[in-house]
Write a protein that binds this ligand. Structure first.
Ligand code: NAD
Ligand code: TDX
Length: 357
């Protein structure tokens, strides 16, 4: 079958990547979507069960740090677009093991950039019709005080955690490849995502699962840190739009215009989860346990996404209350998914299946 375009999505078995893959596979039957993922602890092909047999979907197990393999894949499939999400993504893990974050996020991105550049430069039409789209985070901008200031696209980078330092470094390499070699590249910096298929080491799925099981809810410090939350399908929609309509060389901020203090978010999670489980209002409040704060815990992130709104007409479609209800319901309805993720069953199944790749 001949496809109009072949597009690699890296990290497509992860949380956000799986929503991006699903959206592109369903909305663009004329494209072939090639999900390139190493299947680390965070990669789970069960996230894509509903589309895995579609004729325009392909999975390739590969490490983005494997430069030869990345080059082979881009060549073999005549790839014209790369949407790069593969990364180590959890701040707490980066505090324990910064090296893995430098390897995957910095060297992996550099290896992929180099492969794309080499192959596209040598292709008959050069960079024409090609795009390297790098998915990044608002954490590269550092922390904001408790006032009305927001991160804009021109806020200077000031990362604090090993995770955000590695993402900032990868952003700089992407920009350098654009400025030095003319590689057509776009970077987007997004705020905290939430929704189905998020690995339960992150606040929202971890807490929903703990509320369900009556386990403690470990709130770091006083819980006063502020995050801006965006429903993951709204992020996937923004990525689709920017991939097709964004200007190469540009950066776009993506956010939910939806700031919450952690402690307030935890109260909302308890209210919704208790209600959906048929428990008395506030039954799970005693589970809140204040624990030692995260090292270097950034006080506040808040995104000004008005450029994206102004230039490409994107706004978040879901109100937070509705998104949260949908999310809690999904985790409660998908207890088996949660069970397989927390027990590690999903890893054994797919690791064996793709052991020879
Ligand atoms: P995730 O941890 O859920 O998924 C990461 C995926 O990358 C996994 O499938 C994993 O197997 C894969 N991967 C890791 N190392 C790899 C390697 N060496 N080669 C190939 N694949 C590899 O992450 P996520 O939360 O979905 O985040 C995706 C991207 O979006 C990341 O780049 C992250 O920095 C960025 N981001 C995330 C958020 C958020 O709130 N989760 C917000 C803004 C930006
Ligand atoms: O047990 C917890 N207790 C707690 O108080 C956890 C896991 C988190 N927290 C706090 C820390 C943060 O202030 O909740 C907030 C959210 O934490 P995470 O879910 O770990 O997300 P965060 O550190 O903000 O980073 C996320 O959003 C930006 C993603 O993991 C990143 O990949 C993304 O770039």
């Amino acid at each position: 079958m001949n496809f109009e375009r072949n597009i690699i999505v890296t990290g497509g078995a992860g949380f956000i990547g799986s929503h991006v893959v699903r959206r592109l596979v369903r909305n663009y039957p004329a494209y072939r979507i090639i999900n390139v993922d190493l299947l680390t602890y965070a990669g789970n092909l069960e996230n894509l069960k509903d589309i895995e047999n579609e004729p325009n979907y392909l999975f390739e197990r590969a490490d983005i740090c494997d430069h030869e393999k990345m080059s082979r894949l881009i060549s073999r499939y005549n790839v014209s677009g790369i949407i790069h999400l593969a990364a180590e993504s959890h701040v707490d893990r980066s505090i324990r093991d910064p090296f893995t974050f430098a390897c995957t996020n910095v060297m992996g991105t550099l290896s992929l950039l180099q492969s794309a550049r080499n192959i596209w430069e040598q292709s008959p039409d050069g960079y024409h019709g090609k795009l390297f789209y790098h998915i990044s985070t608002d954490e590269v901008y550092g922390a904001l005080p408790f006032d009305s200031s927001l991160f804009t696209e021109s806020t200077p980078y000031s990362p604090h955690s090993p995770y955000s330092a590695s993402k900032a470094s990868s952003d700089h390499f992407v920009r350098a490849f654009h400025d030095t070699y003319g590689l057509p590249a776009i970077i987007t910096n997004c705020s905290n995502n939430y929704g189905p298929y998020q690995f339960p080491e992150k606040l929202i799925p971890l807490f929903i699962n703990n509320i369900r099981q009556g386990k403690p809810l470990p709130v770091y410090g006083e819980g006063l840190n502020v995050r801006d939350w965006l429903y993951v399908e709204d992020h996937a929609r923004a990525i689709d739009l920017i991939f097709h309509k964004g200007t190469p060389g540009d950066t776009y901020n993506i956010g939910g215009f939806n700031e919450k203090r952690n402690i307030d978010l935890v109260h909302s999670l308890i209210a919704v989860t208790d209600r959906l489980l048929g428990r008395p209002q506030g039954a799970s409040l005693p589970l809140i346990t204040h624990v030692t704060d995260r090292k270097g815990h950034d006080l506040r992130y808040a995104i000004d996404a008005s450029k994206l709104q102004r230039e490409l007409g994107w706004t978040p479609s879901l109100q937070f209350e509705e998104g949260l209800e949908r999310t809690v319901r999904w985790y409660l309805d998908n207890e088996e998914w949660m069970e397989r993720v927390t027990s590690g069953a999903y890893e054994n199944y797919y690791r064996e299946m793709y052991a020879d790749r």
